[in-house]
Design a protein around this ligand. Structure first.
Ligand code: LRH
Ligand code: MN
Length: 424
C-alpha cells in the first residue's frame, strides 16, 4: 500500500494550529532549533523485517490479521511507517526468514518506498529443513568443525544477499553457549568462535562492517559464546578494523549501566550500532522507551557527546536499528511508538547544554549536573519531533493517522486474516 501524501497533508491540516501553538512555545526556548530539526530529518532508524508480524513466546503466539505474508509485503509495511514518520528509511533483513529471491526487484520495490537495506542478519540459532549439521550445541563455537563450516558458509551466503541489496553490514548474533557447568570448555569455545568469525570477516567486502552482537543469556542459561560487551569487544579487536560491537538494549544483566558501556565502546571506536527495544526483566523486546525512557535518554546523551567528540556523523556512522517483538500490540503501531521514543531521546540529547554540564562536572557540582540532564529530559520536545515530520511531508500524529485512516483494516482487506509473517 503506497500512502497518498495528500491524505497525510489533509489530516495534518486538521491539527496544524494546535501543533503550531506547541511548536512556537517550545522552539522559542531553543537557540539551535533549526539545526536540531535538520538532524532529526536526517536521522533514520532501520526496521527489523522479523518484527512486522505478531511475535510470541514459548507459551503461545496470538497472530494478528493483515500481517505481511511475503518480503514484498514487509517492504510495503516499512514503506508505510516511513511515509508516516519519515524516520524509518531502512529495513534490516534476517536470513533465511526473508530471502530476497529477486534482489533487483526487491531493491526496486524498496526504492519506490524510499527505503535502503541496513545490516543483514544471519541465523545459525535454528536448524533449517534438510540442514545436514544441527546447531543444537552451537554453531560458530561448535566442537565439530563440520558444524562450524556450515555456519560460516551460511554467514558468507548472507553477505552475498546483502551485497545484492546494497547493504553494507552483517550482524552476527549466535545463540551458542552452554546450559550447565562442565558442558563447555570456555577457552576452546572462544577460540572456535574467533576462528569461525575470522573466516566470515575474510569474506566481507572492503567497505563492509561486521557487528558482533552480545547477549547475557537465552537460549543458553549458563554461558553464552558472546556474553557481554567485553567479550564482543575482544572478538572485534582480534578480528580487525571492520569488526564492531552491537548493543541490543535487552541483552544485559539487570541494572547494567548501558550508557557507560556505550560511552566506552564509542571512545574505543568499536561501537557499531544498536538494537533498540526496552525491557523490565530479560530480553523482553518491548516497545522502545516504554519501561526505561530516562535510560534511553542517558544512552543518547552519551552517544551525542561521544560522537561529537570524535566528529562522527550522527545519521550515518552508527547502525540505528530496532529489534522488538510485538505479542499484544499491532506491530506497525508498536514500531511507530518505538521510532517516536528514539527521536524524542535523540532530541533531548541534542538539547543538553554541554558547556553547563561540563562546568558542573569539573566543579563536582553534582546537583547542577543532575539539573542539566533532568531539566532537559523534562522538556516536552514532541512538537519539535513533529515539526521535523511535518517539514518532510509526514504525519504530525502517525498513530492517529494509522487509526483514523483504518490502515490495519485496509491491510486485512488486501491480505486477509490468515497471513503469517516470518520471524520471531
Ligand atoms: C537475539 C536477537 C538477535 C536477532 C534475534 C531476532 O535475541 O536480539 O538480534 O537475531 O534477536
Ligand atoms: Mn538483537
Amino acid at each position: 500500500m503506497l500512502l497518498d501524501k495528500q491524505l497525510i497533508a489533509d489530516s495534518n491540516s486538521k491539527v496544524i494550529a494546535e501543533h503550531q501553538r506547541k511548536y512556537n512555545f517550545t522552539a522559542a526556548g531553543i537557540d539551535n532549533v533549526e539545526a536540531i530539526i535538520k538532524k532529526l530529518m536526517d536521522f533514520q532508524v532501520a526496521i527489523p523485517s522479523w518484527a512486522l508480524g505478531t511475535g510470541g513466546t514459548r507459551f503461545g503466539r496470538f497472530p494478528g490479521a493483515g500481517e505481511p505474508g511475503s518480503l514484498e509485503e514487509k517492504i510495503e509495511d516499512v514503506g508505510l511507517l516511513h511515509a508516516l514518520n519519515n524516520s524509518s528509511g531502512a529495513i534490516s533483513l534476517h536470513i533465511p526468514w526473508d530471502i530476497p529471491t529477486d534482489a533487483n526487484a526487491i531493491k526496486a520495490l524498496a526504492a519506490q518506498h524510499g527505503l535502503l537495506f541496513d545490516a543483514v542478519n544471519s541465523n545459525t540459532f535454528q536448524n533449517q529443513p534438510g540442514q545436514k549439521e544441527s546447531y543444537k550445541f552451537g554453531s560458530l563455537q561448535h566442537v565439530d568443525k563440520a558444524v562450524r563450516k556450515q555456519a560460516i558458509d551460511h554467514n558468507i551466503e548472507v553477505i552475498k544477499h546483502g551485497v545484492d541489496l546494497g547493504s553494507k553490514s552483517l550482524t552476527v548474533w549466535i545463540a551458542d553457549g552452554s546450559c550447565f557447568p562442565g558442558q563447555l570448555n570456555f577457552r576452546k569455545s572462544f577460540e572456535n568462535t574467533l576462528e569461525s568469525l575470522h573466516e566470515i570477516y575474510a569474506a566481507l567486502p572492503a567497505d563492509w562492517k561486521v557487528f558482533v552482537e552480545y547477549k547475557a543469556y537465552e537460549p543458553n542459561f549458563y554461558s553464552m559464546a558472546v556474553g557481554d560487551w567485553g567479550q564482543s569487544l575482544l572478538y572485534a579487536n582480534k578480528l580487525g578494523e571492520k569488526a564492531y560491537t552491537l548493543v541490543d538494549l535487552g541483552h544485559h544483566l539487570p541494572n547494567a549501566n548501558i550508557e557507560q558501556i556505550v560511552s566506552l565502546l564509542l571512545m574505543e571506536g568499536k561501537l557499531g550500532g544498536f538494537h533498540f527495544n526496552d525491557s523490565k526483566y530479560g530480553d523482553d523486546d518491548l516497545t522502545v522507551g516504554s519501561m526505561k525512557p530516562y535510560q534511553l535518554f542517558l544512552i543518547f546523551n552519551e552517544l551525542v557527546e561521544g560522537m561529537d567528540a570524535k566528529g562522527m556523523n550522527h545519521a550515518t556512522d552508527l547502525g540505528w536499528m530496532i529489534d522488538a517483538s510485538h505479542n499484544v500490540k499491532d506491530p506497525l503501531e508498536d514500531l511507530l511508538q518505538s521510532v517516536e521514543a528514539i527521536m524524542i531521546a535523540y532530541t533531548h540529547a541534542l538539547l543538553v547544554d554541554r558547556k553547563k554540564l561540563n562546568e558542573a562536572q569539573l566543579n563536582n557540582d553534582v546537583v547542577a549536573a543532575q539539573e542539566v540532564l533532568q531539566n532537559t529530559f523534562r522538556t516536552d520536545v514532541r512538537s519539535i519531533v513533529a515539526e521535523a515530520r511535518l517539514r518532510a511531508g509526514a504525519a504530525l500524529d502517525p498513530i492517529s493517522f494509522f487509526r483514523n485512516g483504518k490502515i490495519r483494516a485496509q491491510l486485512i482487506k488486501d491480505r486477509g486474516t490468515n497471513t503469517v509473517a516470518t520471524g520471531l
